[in-house]
Design a protein around this ligand. Structure first.
Ligand code: FPP
Length: 246
């Protein structure tokens, strides 16, 4: 999306596109002397009510970071538990998504997944494709660097005669996994870390970043409301200045 003078100072109380790094599941479980995977289960159970809250608030698009390109390096049993949880999440949540008009999309290099996981993803994407409510992106085997590199390579494949230096930022946006979606307005990271860990690197260029110590399984509607209230106070200038200050 092009940044225009009209966009500057635009006061939007609610983000159109919200992204969340759901961090702190492992610590939540460990604090309760439970296996880490139970923290992930508790974290997945958080998602539905927050999506419903976002729908009521008028958010158009939510992108969740469920599994990064780096997460394969976790212990094998945790990777397996996360895969099983993702499949279970899709099976369990698809009826609710369809009932609530939620459109589901998976972002990431999906070819690394088993055919079972890919089939579930395809089914959820296909069945929810014509829904006209909130767009839910779940990022799996996703990395921001992968997304940018993949966009450049796909653009080059489709424009074999064009010199790479003619590629413009707006054109590249059309080749990212989030093509056609609103720019990212707000990124929330729970769990006390203040970094974006290779999530939506290009898309986060002008996003507001909200970090909270709350562990993801404890991040409830009240916590989301607090993040939205903070977002509403931000003065977004997109690298420019208010007309009144010129
Ligand atoms: C980070 O917490 C969380 C993850 C790597 C996985 C996130 C996955 C879910 C919340 C469940 C799946 C969700 C969906 C929508 C299918 P961590 O393990 O790094 O926690 P820690 O920092 O406390 O160790």
């Amino acid at each position: 999306m092009q940044v225009t003078q009209e966009k500057i100072g635009q006061h939007r109380a609610i983000p159109l596109h919200l992204a969340i790094i759901m961090d702190g599941n492992g610590r939540w479980a460990q604090q309760r002397h439970m296996p880490r995977r139970l923290g992930h289960y508790k974290g997945a159970a958080r998602v539905r009510s927050l999506i419903e809250y976002c729908t009521r608030a008028g958010v158009q698009c939510v992108t969740l970071f469920a599994f990064s390109t780096e997460n394969w390096q976790r212990p094998e049993d945790e990777v397996q538990a996360l895969m099983a949880l993702f499949v279970e999440y899709l099976d369990k949540e698809l009826p609710a998504m369809l009932a609530n008009q939620v459109r589901f999309r998976a972002l990431g290099a999906l070819d690394r997944f088993s055919s079972e996981v890919r089939e579930r993803i395809e089914k959820a994407q296909k069945q929810s494709a014509n829904n006209h409510g909130l767009l839910l992106n779940v990022a799996v085997n996703y990395g921001g660097r992968w997304d940018i590199l993949n966009a450049v390579q796909t653009w080059q494949d489709e424009h074999p005669q064009a010199p790479l230096r003619t590629l413009q930022p707006e054109a590249l946006s059309d080749y990212l996994s989030t093509r056609g979606q609103p720019d990212l307005d707000l990124m929330i990271r729970t769990g006390g870390e203040s970094r974006i860990s290779n999530f939506l690197l290009w898309q986060a260029a002008y996003a507001e970043l909200y970090f909270t110590d709350t562990l993801w399984p404890d991040f409830d509607e009240k916590a989301l409301q607090a993040a939205f209230e903070w977002f509403a106070t931000r003065d977004r200038r997109f690298g420019q200045v208010q007309k009144s200050a010129i």
